[in-house]
Design a protein around this ligand. Sequence first.
Ligand SMILES: Nc1ncnc2c1ncn2[C@@H]1O[C@H](COP(=O)(O)OP(=O)(O)OP(=O)(O)O)[C@@H](O)[C@H]1O
Ligand SMILES: [Mg+2]
Length: 157
Amino acid sequence: MKKQLITSYTTTSPEKTMELGIKIGKNFDKAIVAFSGDLGAGKTLLSRSICLGAGIDEDMISSPTFTLINQYTGGRVLVHHMDTYRLDSESFMDLGLEEILMGEGLKLIEWAERIEDFLPLETLFIEIKHIGEFERQLDFYSYLNHWAKPVQQLFAN
Ligand SMILES: Nc1ncnc2c1ncn2[C@@H]1O[C@H](COP(=O)(O)OP(=O)(O)OP(=O)(O)O)[C@@H](O)[C@H]1O
Ligand SMILES: [Mg+2]
């Protein structure tokens, strides 16, 4: 099965990217969102703003670069924040990430390309491309077309 492009959005500042992330955090519930993109693309910035939108206390949010996975409570929904940069498929299994992906809450995965084969069909993919100093192109992809409507709604007004 091949991922289909839902939409592309070019953001022109970190603030614009945050605005979008906050909207995602306010509106998406039991979703798996997978981010890919080069160093400094904005994966962490977007993940953090989704956490903020979900009502997670800013001080709670830290980078999962070394912990691999963080869980944030106290928001509108439970948020799992993963960074799979240091993961191979074996450790993915060992850490029980499969169970987390099937469970409750929002699941945000940075460097998702590392574990792409394990991601369920209902995953929403956001690929971030570095266009200029402050410009990033966000390409939204999914396997299933149930994502088309909620994604388009993010840009409706
Ligand atoms: N339009 C934009 N959207 C998002 N970030 C932007 C934008 N313009 C500039 N930036 C800057 O790009 C950087 C993105 O950093 P971030 O840590 O989120 O990247 P990353 O993809 O997580 O990188 P890494 O793989 O190294 O962890 C920030 O310093 C941010 O201020
Ligand atoms: Mg990062």
